[in-house]
Ligand binder design. Sequence first.
Ligand code: 5CA
Length: 432
Amino acid sequence: MSVVRLSRYFLPVLREDPAEAEIVSHRLMLRAGLIQQAAAGIYNWLPLGFRVLKKIEQIVREEMDRAGAIEILMPTIQPAQWWKESGRYDDYGKEMLRIRDRHDREMLYGPTNEENVVDIFRRHVKSYRQLPLNLYHIQWKFRDEIRPRFGVMRGREFLMKDAYSFDYDFAGAKRSYENMFLAYLRTFRRMGLTAIPMVAESGPIGGNMSHEFQILASTGESVVYYDAAFEELDLAAEDVEVEALTRLYAAVEEKHDPERCPVPAERLRKARGIEVGHIFYFGTKYSAPMGATVTGPDGREVAVEMGSYGIGVSRLVGAIIEAYHDERGIVWPEPVAPFRVGLVNLRPDDADCTAMAEAMCTRLDRAGVETLYDDTQERAGAKFATMELIGLPWLVVIGPRGARSGLVELRSRRDGTATELGPDAVLQRLCG
Ligand code: 5CA
């Protein structure tokens, strides 16, 4: 079923601004009934928010699959043993949630899965012929952040896509890294976002080659400088020169040096950004201590070369709202919108209006257009306020005058333009 009736739905919108929300996406996510806090940095995903989360997850999945990565699902709870082998158990500190089971065995709620995936690999892969390999999953993580804040943007429990590449040598690892680099640009582009990859520190993941992907939003946390070329990339081509892309200039403010910047002033852009992805090459940092080796063509055993590639799936819900909202609410880009159309029946007590709305529902449903049908008895003003708050890309408005002349109003949330059209023309606009 593509059509959902608001009278039978669960959409707990708030009329007042929640006091705890410091930034616009957090405020709008609470007000539009996308999430509800369970504990500090831990959230319930309510129906509308869950739909968006699944849309984002699916785009990430499709682009990972297209890049040749293979989906698996690793657990949220891991044995501490793996982390002792890699040497990270003590280093990770208080951010790691440590648990003991009933047999007093040390476990932990995974903040990331390098050790876990190395354990899968080392038990099965023995030869360079089985490489390259890239395994990914989309799974909840837990990091006991000191100051969880900004809603889902810095949570303690959050959904991440993490991919792990395995190669025989550095040349292969570099190809795998570049392959993910391009997949990331494509993934964010599909969500309507411009992502700028910056050379980054690798932090607790370790390693010596790393990029952080920041999407542009005027409310972003960090200031970034970048080459305007990023805005014009042709990512659809089969033969994108990824290596050249990894060398395009981009830097966070702290690292930007106007004296030594290679980009001419007219091509240099300054904006604010939010980190939504982070990729790392770290060679044999985990494979060597954990004994993940393969036999090469010369018969010698070598530790496998690795990289890891994260995307903040739940953070993206907030980040997209930071990039797309106005004073009335969220303005979803179509590919991630919870519904494409909001169908507003202004007078459910008017037989003509309701007959026309029901006919419209049937047609939208048959055409597979995801629609939220407001069939409630609310006042027109309240209906519009809710629709604008939840930010569906299209509104189809049915009122008594139009119902008699066979016309509805089609409104775009993004630019506010409204046109009177017959139902055929509406379907054509939405599906044609
Ligand atoms: N193992 C590597 C890559 S798989 C890793 O964990 N990288 S990370 O630490 O940079 O996290 C990857 C992405 O997860 C980040 O770019 C960010 O978008 C998201 N993320 C990290 N911490 C949080 C958090 N506390 N809340 C929400 N999203 C987060």
